[in-house]
Design a binder for this molecule. Structure first.
Ligand code: ATP
Ligand code: PRP
Length: 221
């Protein structure tokens, strides 16, 4: 039996991925949310799971260390993504990638390059280039919302879901760069070499995500 390795993003995405796996009938040998292990066998013969940092999933899959992966669209855009197939939107970990800042921040920087703090440097560069706006990009690894408050940047490019983090820090959303959700990605060589096994798994995920969409529509969500 062909073996398959599926790389999962830990953190928020993992919390949304585990119910999806359960609905697809895939059970890890122990609960990844409650374990220090990084590799998990499953009840499906030959299928193992890796649990790794969200930003590393595209790298593991692109190099073939994992055949498939679950990654946020934000991470995939920043990675570049042309070395991966992205066959399925899982519809989980939904949020928006936005430009935000203190009220009036854009007007305040109208006559000089806009200072932008973000961990999405390439995405932000492309976005402001499309808009014809000169920027100075400042790389951060987290807590982006702090940057405008302490004068490190005029605006941030970061993920927004409920808007609670922006509000709690006195920031306003200015503009949505794009809607984000998590995607199933596949290594290009594996798609050829392990085609039947991967198609079978894609089919299971397809049916599961479709059933969940129908359910949430019926629930009025
Ligand atoms: P790390 O802890 O490895 O540095 P991180 O802090 O970015 O990574 P998470 O906050 O768990 O890790 O986010 C991982 C992914 O979850 C993001 O890439 C995005 O796709 C999704 N995500 C992040 N924030 C939200 C949010 N507020 N609502 C919904 N999805 C989110
Ligand atoms: C993410 C994101 C925002 C927050 C947005 O951070 O970077 O800070 O969620 O969500 P909200 O609009 O619902 O408040 P996370 O909580 O993952 O922490 P991080 O800064 O460590 O990534």
């Amino acid at each position: 039996m062909t073996s398959l390795t599926l790389a999962l993003s830990k953190g928020r995405i993992l919390e949304d991925t585990l119910p999806l796996l359960a609905a697809a009938g895939i059970e890890p040998e122990e609960d990844p949310l409650d374990s220090r292990k990084l590799v998990f066998a499953t009840n499906r013969e030959g299928l193992r799971l890796l649990v790794i940092r969200a930003a590393d999933v595209p790298t593991f899959v692109a190099y073939g260390a994992a055949d498939l992966g679950v990654a946020g669209k934000d991470v995939l855009i920043e990675h570049g993504g042309q070395d991966l197939y992205e066959p399925l939107d899982l519809g989980i970990a939904k949020c928006r990638l936005m430009v935000a800042g203190l009220p009036g921040a854009l007007e305040g920087a109208a006559n000089r390059p806009l200072r932008v703090a973000t961990k999405y440097i390439e995405t932000a560069r492309a976005h402001f280039a499309r808009a014809g706006r000169q920027v100075e990009l400042i790389k951060l690894y987290g807590s982006m919302e702090l940057a405008p408050i302490v004068g490190l940047a005029d605006v941030i490019v970061d993920l927004v879901d409920t808007g609670n983090t922006l509000r709690a820090n006195g920031l306003e959303p200015f503009e949505t760069i794009r809607e984000i959700s998590s995607r199933l990605v596949v290594n290009k060589a594996a798609m050829k070499m392990k085609h039947d096994r991967i198609e079978e798994l894609l089919d299971v995920f397809n049916r599961t995500t479709e059933a969940q969409r129908t359910q949430s529509r019926a629930g009025g969500k």
